[in-house]
Design a protein around this ligand. Structure first.
Ligand code: GSH
Length: 284
């Protein structure tokens, strides 16, 4: 068999090429490419496609990738579906209706601490991200890139210029008030039990107090406007989704539900179709 398709079945771009080949009834061999160890960036693969992206179709030693690049995608998310920071990036890409390839980084075997991943995120954390030549880590920087680079796609996640400073305030509040508090609670109440570790009850009590203080401020803000940045859903709201979703599966949900405007806002943003798609990934 002369025809070979280099790619992976969970890649949307490879799937498109596969369906074209099946439609045509062509005989071919699917050759797996191990993205998690960066096989697509190694000289052997780069000789087939100098852009280092899948898929590549090889016919008797001649490589074709141009037409696949044209209708394929170049966005890669390296992460883990259970990682809240990775989920933040997924949410943004789904709001923008963008196709992307997800490369699972297996945290249980410390794949994120190995050289191929450290080259993408020098702190050894997930997610990491590639959009053509743009290589990023830090979930909030990634969502900013996606929102600016794909302004015309899907949901406009940035407020109009004059309202941008207000949106920025709430993006800062999320990163510096909400995340430190809820991040600790998610770790203690969700992930530690999942990993068979013991929850630190004192830490929970202290963080719960802080969460209540933070949510009081949110309640006051959300009395004034439907969303944090104003009347429209923006990145300022989106960044909160992963931790809210985790805490809604625990008794700590009561702190959100006790505040009517916070409760309505949480229910509204968690029901967004883009976010529902992210949650569906957890059960696949
Ligand atoms: N500020 C970073 C946080 C990244 C982060 O802490 N990721 C966690 C998963 S949500 C991780 O990689 N944990 C693995 C570890 O700490 O070894 C971001 O938003 O991307």
């Amino acid at each position: 068999m002369a025809l070979k398709l280099y790619g992976v079945t969970f890649s949307t771009c490879t799937s498109r090429a596969l369906s074209a080949l099946y439609e045509k009834g062509v005989d071919f061999e699917l050759v797996p490419v191990n993205l998690s160890v960066g096989e697509h960036k190694q000289p052997e693969f780069l000789a087939k496609n100098p852009f280092g992206v899948i898929p590549v179709l090889e016919d008797d030693g001649v490589s074709f990738f141009g037409e696949f690049r044209f209708f394929g995608c170049e966005i890669f998310v390296y992460g883990n579906v259970f990682s809240t920071a990775t989920q933040r990036v997924f949410a943004c890409l789904h709001e923008k209706n963008l196709d992307y390839d997800f490369v699972n980084v297996d945290l249980s075997i410390e794949e994120h601490k190995q050289p191929p991943h450290l080259a993408r995120n020098p702190f050894g954390l997930v997610p990491a991200f590639e959009d053509g030549d743009m290589k990023l880590f830090e979930s909030r920087a990634i969502t900013l890139h996606v929102s600016y680079a794909y302004q015309a796609n899907g949901t406009p996640l940035m407020a109009e210029d004059k309202k941008m400073p207000i949106q920025s305030v709430w993006m800062e509040v999320e990163a510096h008030q909400f995340e430190p508090t809820t991040g600790k609670l998610v770790w203690e109440v969700v992930f530690k039990p999942m990993l068979g570790m013991t929850t630190d009850d004192e830490e929970v009590v202290e963080s719960e107090k802080k969460l209540e203080e933070v949510l009081e401020v949110y309640e006051a803000r959300l009395k004034e406007s439907k969303y944090l940045g104003g009347e429209c859903f923006t990145l300022a709201d989106l960044h909160h989704l992963p931790n809210i979703q985790c805490l809604f599966g625990t008794p700590l949900k009561k702190h959100f539900e006790a505040r009517p405007h916070v409760k309505a806002w949480c229910e509204d943003i968690m029901a967004r179709p883009a976010w529902v798609k992210v949650i569906q990934k957890l059960s696949v």
